[in-house]
Design a binder for this molecule. Structure first.
Ligand SMILES: Cc1cc2nc3c(=O)[nH]c(=O)nc-3n(C[C@H](O)[C@H](O)[C@H](O)COP(=O)(O)OP(=O)(O)OC[C@H]3O[C@@H](n4cnc5c(N)ncnc54)[C@H](O)[C@@H]3O)c2cc1C
Ligand SMILES: *[C@@H]1O[C@H](CO)[C@@H](O)[C@H](O)[C@H]1NC(C)=O
Ligand SMILES: *[C@@H]1O[C@H](CO)[C@@H](O)[C@H](O)[C@H]1NC(C)=O
Ligand SMILES: *[C@@H]1O[C@H](CO)[C@@H](O)[C@H](O)[C@H]1NC(C)=O
Ligand SMILES: *[C@@H]1O[C@H](CO)[C@@H](O)[C@H](O)[C@H]1NC(C)=O
Ligand SMILES: *[C@@H]1O[C@H](CO)[C@@H](O)[C@H](O)[C@H]1NC(C)=O
Length: 541
């Protein structure tokens, strides 16, 4: 999916008229150096806080190993660091919010296309790779990660560059009974996570992260600093789930903390298909997981283990209960006795320890590991997709899924239950529309090693699985999670051709009817489509 020449030319003509001769005909390092210099001197005149270039500006011509190091630092999907992938002309890493604002003003003035990266976990790497226009630059948020927890007010201001792990740590530092309903993987960035809604193991009780936002600080397409009051409720609505980088660049979020008990209980129970004859357990899970009390969250992870002769699927039921073990055992015996949960499977712990466990850290790790910017789950070469399920999948349907899972080297599926608070929040409350009627969400993923000779084999595998699953999942539209970006669903080809009607094919999957409102808001706040990428919300033409 490299950049084809015609697209390149079109985008240059439309947006880089000023630089057309420099960058489209002779993209030499001296011309990119001059663009860089203009950018930096422009930023300097638009910020009141000085910044040393050694630690804020990274360019291949300056120091290629340093440039690569910064580019790679938070890139989660290693596929997109390949030599064949387009690279930013340079990376700017602001150390003060005013420099982000200045970057927007200067990019607009100089006609520079840019990408914004917070945690770098985008599945399709749209935060640091542009497939639709070059040259582009990268604005990296990794030095903007301040977190101010206000326990008395039950709220926190968190800058976009912070990770979920850091946020959890800073909350736990001040209170054992406050938490935030966010994701499992601790290296995910707040910046991207919040803009897609953001789910996690507290969602059945408290909804999404995006359902728990109080205020936001943002830079708009004119370089103006806005908060909730000054931007108005429409734009504030769009930011909480409409996908990153379509409406503005978020500097920080003000979030509402939620109460968590001092003691939670976690468990893991694994079953092979042999240990689940007649698929009684997995069938019961599908019926009960979204219906039980909202303090209980049980997800199921599917992997494949063993060699050719004895290869089998492994189902891990991973539970988190907002309460003590004795209560959990009573509940489970009543609502899900088929699983055979025992006392020994359960561990009581604090909310912050549950965050460590969910994040994949070893049992007994010190909570300081949450400040490590790397997750123990590591980085991967991967392709992933998502689905939403509204009716239990039949044993026959699951059997076909198992058959496919054992054919792949490193398959991974995660089934996450909905219901509870998720079902009570109306579909139009924020752009994230997957609410009442959803039993569970599916994440499909396949990983492969660096030296794999045929990555396309894995991509084809996941596409075939996705097509196999069609009869068992939501349809018209087949719903998808915007934070699980998937370019197979379609993309904006280039700015000249961006068409809000065409984009509706993938827009409706991510947002259902909310897509139309997102387009209206985009048209109002960014009619020139200054903020754009492969799956940005297009304005009406
Ligand atoms: C290992 C892994 C685990 C995950 N676990 C979960 C989970 O438990 N729950 C869940 O809901 N999701 C999960 N996700 C998905 C995750 O929420 C998205 O990938 C999210 O977009 C990542 O945010 P980021 O800041 O790390 O990504 P980035 O790649 O930095 O950004 C993602 C998108 O947001 C834009 N963006 C980044 N910063 C800003 C900003 N400051 N202002 C405006 N736009 C911005 C980017 O340009 C890009 O389009 C997971 C992803 C991975 C790879
Ligand atoms: C380039 O960056 C590397 C770090 O990646 C550093 O070790 C090296 O000294 C730098 N070289 C120069 C010439 O600054
Ligand atoms: C903070 O939350 C607690 C517990 O939910 C509540 O009792 C208290 O009134 C809240 N404080 C504020 C200022 O909202
Ligand atoms: C929001 O911005 C307005 C105008 O800049 C300002 O008066 C107001 O105090 C800000 N609100 C908050 C909560 O910061
Ligand atoms: C079956 O798979 C396990 C790994 O899950 C392996 O340790 C074992 O050796 C395998 N047995 C045979 C007979 O292949
Ligand atoms: C932690 O302990 C539980 C059992 O108490 C076990 O199921 C789990 O696999 C362990 N996790 C790690 C990462 O060691």
């Amino acid at each position: 999916m490299g950049i084809s020449k015609p697209l390149h030319t079109i985008s240059c003509i439309s947006f880089l008229v000023l630089y057309f001769s420099f960058y489209c005909i002779t993209p030499t390092s001296s011309s990119s150096a001059s663009l860089q210099n203009e950018f930096i001197s422009c930023v300097k005149t638009n910020t009141h806080v000085d910044f040393p270039l050694e630690t804020t500006l990274f360019a291949p011509a300056k120091n290629v190993s340093m440039f690569n190091q910064v580019l790679e630092s938070t890139a989660q999907n290693l596929r997109f660091l390949a030599k064949s992938m387009p690279k930013p002309g340079f990376i700017f890493r602001p150390i003060h919010e005013s420099q982000v604002q200045a970057s927007i003003i200067c990019s607009k003035k100089l006609g520079i296309h840019f990408r914004v990266r917070s945690g770098g976990h985008d599945f399709e790497a749209m935060s640091f790779v542009s497939r639709i226009e070059t040259p582009f630059i990268l604005i990296d948020f990794s030095k903007l990660r301040q977190i101010d927890v206000d326990i008395e007010d039950n709220s926190t201001w968190v800058q976009a560059g912070a990770t979920l792990g850091e946020l959890y740590y800073r909350i736990a530092e001040k209170s054992k009974i406050h938490g935030f309903p966010a994701g499992l993987c601790t290296s995910v960035g707040i910046g991207g996570y919040m803009t897609g809604g953001g789910y996690g193991s507290l969602m059945r009780k408290y909804g999404l992260a995006g359902d728990n936002v109080l205020d936001v600080k943002m830079v708009d397409a004119n370089g103006k600093l806005l908060n909730r009051t000054s931007m108005g409720e429409d734009l504030f609505w769009a930011l909480r789930g409409g996908g990153g980088a379509s409406f503005g660049i978020v500097l920080a979020w003000n979030i509402k903390l939620v109460p968590v008990p001092e003691t939670l209980t976690m468990f893991t129970v694994t079953k092979t298909p042999k240990q689940d004859p007649g698929m009684k357990i997995i069938s019961k899970w599908q019926r009960m997981a979204s219906k039980v009390m909202e303090e209980l969250h049980i997800r199921v992870e599917f992997t494949a283990v063993g060699n050719k002769g004895n290869r089998t699927v492994m189902m891990s039921y991973k539970g988190q209960f907002l309460g003590e073990k004795v209560t959990l055992m009573k509940v489970m015996n009543k609502v899900f006795p088929e699983l055979g949960l025992t006392d020994q499977d359960c561990t009581e712990m604090s909310w912050i320890e549950s965050a460590l466990r969910n994040g994949g850290f070893a049992n007994g790790s010190s909570i300081d590991v949450l400040l490590q910017l790397q997750s123990p789950l590591g980085k991967n070469y991967f392709k992933a997709k998502s689905d939403f399920v509204k009716e239990p999948i039949s044993p026959l349907g699951i059997k076909g899924m198992f058959k496919r899972l054992i054919k792949e080297d490193t398959p991974f599926l995660n089934w996450t239950p909905y219901g509870g608070m998720m079902a009570r929040i109306p579909e139009s409350e924020i752009p994230f529309p997957h609410r009442n009627g959803i039993l569970f969400q599916i994440l499909y993923q396949t990983n492969w090693p660096e030296n794999d000779k045929r990555p396309s084999r894995h991509i084809n595998w996941i596409r075939e699985l996705y097509s196999y699953m069609a009869p068992y999942v939501s349809s018209n539209p087949r719903q998808a999670y915007v934070n699980y970006r998937d370019l197979d669903l379609g993309q904006n080809m280039n700015n000249a051709k961006v068409n809000s009607i065409e984009a509706k094919t993938w827009g409706a999957k991510y947002f259902k009817d909310n897509y139309n409102r997102l387009v209206k808001i985009k048209t109002k706040v960014d009619p020139e489509n200054f903020f754009r990428y492969e799956q940005s919300i297009p304005p009406m033409v």
